[in-house]
Design a protein around this ligand. Structure first.
Ligand SMILES: *[C@@H]1O[C@H](CO)[C@@H](O)[C@H](O)[C@H]1NC(C)=O
Ligand SMILES: *[C@@H]1O[C@H](CO)[C@@H](O)[C@H](O)[C@H]1NC(C)=O
Ligand SMILES: *[C@@H]1O[C@H](CO)[C@@H](O)[C@H](O)[C@H]1NC(C)=O
Ligand SMILES: *[C@@H]1O[C@H](CO)[C@@H](O)[C@H](O)[C@H]1NC(C)=O
Ligand SMILES: *[C@@H]1O[C@H](CO)[C@@H](O)[C@H](O)[C@H]1NC(C)=O
Ligand SMILES: *[C@@H]1O[C@H](CO)[C@@H](O)[C@H](O)[C@H]1NC(C)=O
Ligand SMILES: *[C@@H]1O[C@H](CO)[C@@H](O)[C@H](O)[C@H]1NC(C)=O
Length: 473
């Protein structure tokens, strides 16, 4: 493993590097929660504390004066709406996660800058803000029937991805694990005797087919209830095996190098990262300076595979711990902002204990990339528009049918044009009769493109866009 570790002491604050950070984007997993098995999972007190701690650590890195990584000209104590953009899917656990992170990022003014927590009125009396100056950082919730949903939850309502992901269960790797672990899972029956779905033991439910669900039930029990069967019947060694099996199952469902459709959510996530950073780069005031997104482990795993991080370290095939974060930093070696000197660095922190560490993206072997290199790598392989997602997913989400697919900027359209252009170039280089044949091919391609467009528009009638929903947080 050739990790490019930056020198870090304690949490996220490292040694001085003569560089200037102009903006950053952080993507966070939720903290400890109730089990997914019974649905309606919620952040626990422990989980809120974990994410709050992580938010505080990013405060120490990006906001605190004296930090060598302080974002240039960011407001250290008092939240300024233009500087921060925060968003999470409209799911209680992810909204709570983003909220707890932001509470750590901008704590109550009474605690960090008391003078700003109260004001003196015209008549001379002093008024204090509620909750010792609690700061209300705006958080944008994204509904799952809004087009914005594709950026953080590009795996929901995406039939092409769902079907590519299901192909995993047909793979030799899956089948062999299913067979070789059958006895192991059967042996866990006493641990799950009080869980209806697994109580009968002998049936196929208690198997690798439900590797994550079983791991999650037992993991949550071991953290929260030391009297439960799940906690008392499972040894530490069995727990390691349960986790490792869940790792392989979830990674398999989210990434396969020869099937890019399995990672469509990584492609939209990367598109969103680029678009958010581009806003900072393009803005005269470098706003937003810090973007926070909250999302699921499946986006992490898909991105790890898609961005060639698993080739750097096999650890990236493992589930990220609760409250794990990925960060993308925009920086220059000198103090002044210059697009030509601008670089992008990727960092990952595993849970609350890990250190924030830089890793090379896209198999580059480099600790950071120039903005142009990053841009072209992302634009080559990511999905940069909602239409592009609708097209890649063949999604029946209501918003896909309302998109004006005739818009020429449509990414899929660009690709089709690319292939048509390639054929046209080939045609030009050929002579006489052959060229006529090429014209015919070109016309056929156009007709196919139009047919696909009509197909997507016909999806308007679908009344439920939630049917494909896959809650994997
Ligand atoms: C710093 O940010 C403030 C507003 O947030 C802006 O008015 C000011 O011009 C910025 N200063 C520099 C040096 O960019
Ligand atoms: C000053 O003004 C505020 C708001 O109008 C009011 O609540 C307060 O009682 C006033 N104080 C005095 C001393 O008049
Ligand atoms: C990966 O995809 C290829 C091609 O679709 C398939 O043959 C292979 O079984 C898949 N492997 C896994 C582990 O899903
Ligand atoms: C089990 O949990 C209780 C609190 O719910 C605690 O008092 C007790 O020490 C724990 N037992 C063990 C063995 O950790
Ligand atoms: C980059 O951001 C700027 C400012 O928001 C915007 O005008 C421009 O269209 C963006 N570029 C792309 C390719 O989206
Ligand atoms: C994060 O930690 C878990 C164990 O807690 C491990 O399985 C996984 O591989 C780690 N991920 C990375 C990228 O280090
Ligand atoms: C990165 O991974 C992709 C598959 O996701 C692969 O096609 C590509 O060759 C890899 N690139 C490098 C430089 O390792």
């Amino acid at each position: 493993m050739h990790t490019i570790a930056l020198a870090m002491i304690g949490g996220l604050v490292g040694h001085a590097a003569a560089e200037t950070i102009h903006g950053a984007l952080v993507f966070s997993r939720h903290g400890d929660r109730t089990t997914k098995h019974y649905k309606a999972q919620a952040l626990t007190s422990l989980g809120a504390e974990q994410v709050f701690q992580v938010g505080s650590d990013y405060r120490a890195r990006y906001l605190a004066s004296g930090s060598p990584h302080q974002i240039k000209n960011i407001s250290e104590f008092q939240y300024q709406s233009s500087q921060i953009y925060a968003s999470a899917p409209d799911q209680g656990i992810l909204l709570s996660t983003a909220t707890a992170f932001l509470q750590g990022l901008y704590p109550p003014l009474g605690d960090i800058k008391p003078s700003a927590a109260s004001t003196t009125l015209a008549n001379g009396s002093t008024v204090s803000a509620p909750l010792t100056g609690y700061q209300y950082v705006t958080l944008h919730g994204v509904n799952d029937d809004s087009p914005e949903t594709v950026w953080i939850k590009g795996d929901d309502n995406c039939p092409v991805l769902t079907s590519a992901s299901a192909d995993f269960t047909a793979s030799a790797e899956y089948q062999s694990k299913l067979a070789s672990t059958a006895d192991f899972y059967r042996s866990l029956q006493p641990a799950l005797a009080d869980v209806a779905d697994y109580a009968s033991g002998g049936d196929s439910a208690l198997s690798y087919a439900n590797a994550y669900d079983i791991f999650d039930l037992i993991n949550v029990a071991r953290i929260h209830d030391n009297t439960s069967a799940a906690a008392t019947h499972v040894t530490d060694a069995q727990m390691v095996q349960l986790r490792t099996l869940a790792d392989s199952a979830e990674f398999g469902l989210n990434f396969n190098a020869s099937q890019p459709q399995r990672s469509i959510h990584a492609q939209t996530f990367a598109g969103a990262v680029w678009a958010r950073l581009n806003q900072t780069v393009s803005s005269a005031t470098r706003d937003p300076k810090l973007t926070l997104l909250a999302g699921s482990y499946d986006t992490f795993l898909a991105f790890f595979g898609w961005a060639n991080l698993t080739a750097v370290s096999a650890d990236f095939t493992g589930l990220p711990d609760y409250a794990s974060t990925m960060a993308f930093e925009l920086f220059t070696a000198g103090e002044e902002f210059s697009k030509d000197d601008l670089r992008v660095r990727f960092l990952f922190r595993n849970g609350t204990e890990g250190k924030l560490t830089a890793f090379p993206l896209f198999g580059s072997g480099k600790a950071d990339l120039s903005w142009d290199e990053f841009t072209s790598a992302v634009q080559d392989r990511a999905i940069m528009s909602v239409d592009g997602w609708c097209d890649a997913c063949q999604s029946e989400a209501a918003f896909c049918s309302t998109f004006k697919l005739s818009a020429a900027e449509n990414e899929a359209e660009e690709r089709r044009k690319g292939s048509i252009a390639a054929i046209v170039i080939a045609c030009v280089s050929l002579a006489g009769n052959l060229a006529l044949l090429c014209l015919f091919v070109r016309k056929a391609l156009r007709t196919r493109a139009e047919r696909q467009r009509v197909g997507v528009l016909a999806a308007k009638d679908v009344d439920s866009v939630r049917s494909y929903e896959k809650e994997s947080v």
